[in-house]
Design a protein around this ligand. Structure first.
Ligand code: PMP
Length: 435
């Protein structure tokens, strides 16, 4: 790199900030559609979109124009203490698509802040700081959201303002619920919940927070209906369900607009972030009026719902709905999932192809075992990059590749990415030996 931006980064940012491809890092200097270009002029098809933030692709005219119209007024932001038209309009739209009856929307600047707010709402309302969370979860980097993050790589604090009890994740490859049929898995998850409630809590639990598909945890998901079955138990004592839709929202899973819908349940609170701003910082909490309005706390955010972010958000949501990108996610996601599943039997290192729509995870193991293979995962990851495809990493053991391309992905781009992926896996698989 010409001016060695990595060295300058390392010299002034914290040492623990992760950087992909540290031996030859990427500075993305331009983007269009699903493609980006780096500092050396190398082009990439982007299957990670900045951890699922570029939901409708790069350089979308409708979004740029909406933001430019706001900039032309001379007002970037003043205060959320004044009325903001775009904010109200976006809240109306989100309330309409949320699937939550009589919904209210509170805007924040990040997913962490949205989850922090949802946890605050639930604990205030229920007058309890007891929370149920799922192993292998990721909910953010604030004190409370780290407290409900069940992933040692991302939970850097043991100072937890909440009292948290942990439920088993939906991991189908390893762990206590692995290998069960869907209905046995759901029964076991319900039994786990009942046991945790009886043995680890005094009964006055505020909420369960769950990702319908775990994002950072490696796109792990329990069988459809699991959250619905758990909710029946929660309802016996009024425990709220918070659905963290930061990665699963806005039609990404193809079949459904929200991840919770695969579970036959409506959450009490839903949190969103990432894709709705298509790069602009925009997040929030949605919930029934009776839940949100009953929170005995006045909450104010200087930037949450500011005119620039919400101008972008309105344009993104309109674009998403007008172009039925949920259907596109289902269509193009099927090309990837079917192609990867068809190729899987050829590979010794690929233990599972999983996901929904354009949220697809590949889990790598040592041949003939269930042992996570992080080095092989990095090799495939690097090989993809070398051949012009950006993907993400994840999983509790760093042995999962994650794909979350923009929902505008074309069928040709899906096939192009599939080809690169399959070749990359084949290259690394050929080096693997059965022990
Ligand atoms: N929840 C989930 C499911 C996430 O994936 C993330 C971000 N990776 C967050 C919350 C936190 O969002 P942010 O980084 O915007 O604070």
């Amino acid at each position: 790199m010409g001016d060695d931006l990595l060295a300058r980064h390392r010299a002034v940012l914290p040492s623990w900030v992760p950087i992909y491809y540290p031996d030859d890092p990427i500075e993305i200097v331009s983007g269009s559609g699903r493609r980006v270009v780096d500092q050396a002029g190398r082009g990439y098809l982007d299957f990670f979109g900045g951890v699922l933030t570029n939901m409708i692709g790069y350089d979308v005219a409708e979004v740029r124009e909406a933001v430019e119209r706001q900039l032309a007024t001379g007002v970037v932001h003043t205060s959320t203490l004044y009325l903001i038209r775009q904010q109200v309009e976006l809240a109306e739209k989100i309330a309409r698509v949320s699937g939550i009856p009589d919904a209210r929307v509170f805007f924040t600047n990040s997913g962490s802040e949205a989850n922090e707010t949802a946890l605050l709402m639930a604990s205030n309302l229920r007058r309890s700081h007891q929370i149920l969370a799922i192993r292998n979860s990721y909910h953010g980097r604030t004190l409370a959201t780290m407290g409900v993050t069940g992933h040692r790589g991302w939970s850097a604090s043991s100072l937890n303002p909440l009292s948290v009890s942990w439920l088993h994740s939906g991991d189908r490859v390893r762990g206590l619920l692995a290998g069960l049929s869907d209905s046995d898995h759901i029964d076991a998850a319900v039994e786990d919940l009942r046991e945790v409630l009886a043995t680890q809590t005094a009964g006055d639990v505020a909420a369960l927070i769950a990702e319908p598909i775990q994002g950072v945890g490696g796109f792990v998901h329990a069988p459809d209906g699991t959250l619905g079955a758990l909710k029946k138990v929660l309802d016996e004592t009024g425990i709220l369900l918070i659905s963290d839709e930061v990665q699963t929202g806005w039609g990404r899973t193809g079949e459904h607009f929200w991840g919770y819908q695969a579970h036959g349940v409506v959450p009490d609170l839903l949190t969103f972030a990432k894709g709705i701003g298509n790069g602009f910082a925009l997040a929030g909490v949605v919930g029934r009026a009776e839940v949100i309005n009953a929170v005995p706390a006045v909450s104010f955010s200087t930037f949450g719902g500011n005119p620039i972010s919400t101008a972008a958000g309105n344009a993104v949501l309109d674009y998403l709905l007008d172009h039925d990108l949920q259907a596109n996610a289902a269509r193009t996601g099927a090309i990837l999932l079917d192609g990867l599943r068809a190729a899987q039997p050829r590979f010794k290192i690929l233990a599972e192809v999983r996901g929904r729509g354009l949220m697809i995870g590949l889990e790598f193991v040592r041949p003939g075992t269930r042992e996570p293979d992080a080095p092989a995962t990095v090799r495939v990851f690097d090989e993809c990059r070398r051949n012009g495809l950006l993907v993400g990493k994840g999983g509790l053991y760093n042995n999962v590749l994650r794909m979350g391309p923009p929902l505008t992905l074309t069928e040709d781009e899906a096939r192009e990415g599939l080809g690169i992926l399959v070749n990359a896996i084949a290259t690394v698989d050929a080096e693997a030996v059965i022990r």
